[in-house]
Ligand binder design. Structure first.
Ligand SMILES: [Zn+2]
Ligand SMILES: [Zn+2]
Length: 323
């Protein structure tokens, strides 16, 4: 029988503590959780006699469980949990998975199954949903080894940290659909062009059950803008009733601030190419995405972004490993 381990976690502000409520198991075992005041989140160590794949799930009542994360590895792996003022206590359990090659990442419920968010590097990310692999700005073939072939690829603009012909050739199949602005389309190979939907700012299309809307991405405050309005696309995806926004390299445009009902937002945070931390804080407070992933942040410290937004209970900022 596969191993399962349980942990009870009390939300900060209600009580501070954690307790393992099941005896140590052979393969998976929680260590004592600690609260990081710097990051304002719980650190949950999971001790794994592996290598193996596992699924971390959470519950408020020990009856209804939702997946939080899938991972793989061995040794002590650290997970984070941002306490919610709305939840008095959280239970976590970790279960060993039969499928040793399960995609790692945060799980996200939709009306049509779970989506998995898998950060790759910088601006490159993979969303897995309904057996489909949806990439945004995949670059660097070395970082794509072991990942699934692409069903859908979103390309934001022509900069080399977003567009890499070798990576596209590595991920594509004859059925892969690409969505891109005209400037990107013009750089693609003839064979890839035949599978590419060209979207201008404000245009929308449907592909593989996903609604794709192109949102402008551009600089407003830099004297010589790295990104001119109209050349690139951010994307608003709707899948399984959930709305996911991928900003592209943009500053705090009025189009972004006007977005509504965003469940997950990936925000590019590094001036002079994209947002400053304070711009991002203002934007998030304006359009209130439920979950924010700062990415494309390179040398910018995004911890202040999390701290400045912690007073807003509508928003959870997730700092993940993009580098
Ligand atoms: Zn750029
Ligand atoms: Zn960039």
């Amino acid at each position: 029988m596969k191993s399962t381990s349980f942990l009870l976690l009390l939300a900060a502000g209600i009580g501070v503590g954690s307790r393992a409520i099941a005896p140590a198991q052979e393969a998976l075992q929680f260590g004592a959780a600690t609260y990081s005041t710097a990051h304002r989140e719980w650190i949950l160590p999971l001790q794994i006699r592996g290598p193996l794949s596992y699924r971390l799930e959470w519950s408020t009542n020990l009856v209804d469980w939702a997946a939080a994360y899938s991972g793989s590895g061995s040794g002590t792996l650290l997970h984070t949990s941002t306490p919610s003022a709305r939840i008095l206590s959280q239970f976590y359990r970790a279960r060993q998975l039969e499928d040793a090659s399960a995609l790692t990442g945060d799980h996200f419920p939709t009306a049509d199954g779970e989506a998995v968010i898998h950060p790759i590097h910088h601006a490159s990310l993979l969303l897995a949903w309904q057996g489909r692999a949806i990439y945004s700005d995949p670059v660097n073939t070395n970082l794509l080894q072991g990942l699934p072939k692409a069903d859908l690829i979103l390309l934001t603009h022509t900069h080399s940290d977003h567009l890499d012909a070798a990576a596209l050739n590595f991920l594509r199949t004859t059925r892969t659909v690409v969505a891109a602005p005209r400037d990107v389309y013009n750089t693609l190979s003839a064979s890839l062009k035949t599978n590419t939907l060209v979207l201008t700012n404000g245009a929308a299309t449907n592909a593989l059950g996903v609604r794709i809307e192109a949102v402008p991405m551009y600089n407003l405050t830099t004297a010589t803008p790295f990104h001119v309005k109209g050349a690139g696309n951010g994307y608003l995806l709707t899948l399984g009733g959930r709305r996911i926004y991928i900003s592209g390299d943009t500053e705090n445009s009025p189009e972004m601030k006007a977005l509504k009902d965003i469940d997950v937002a990936f925000l590019s945070v590094n001036q002079p190419y994209s947002m400053t931390v304070s711009q991002a804080v203002n934007d998030v407070n304006a359009f209130l995405p439920g979950i924010v992933y700062p990415f494309h942040h390179s040398g910018t410290d995004v911890l202040p972004l999390k701290r400045q937004l912690e007073a807003n209970p509508a928003v959870e900022v997730r700092l993940r490993k993009w580098y």
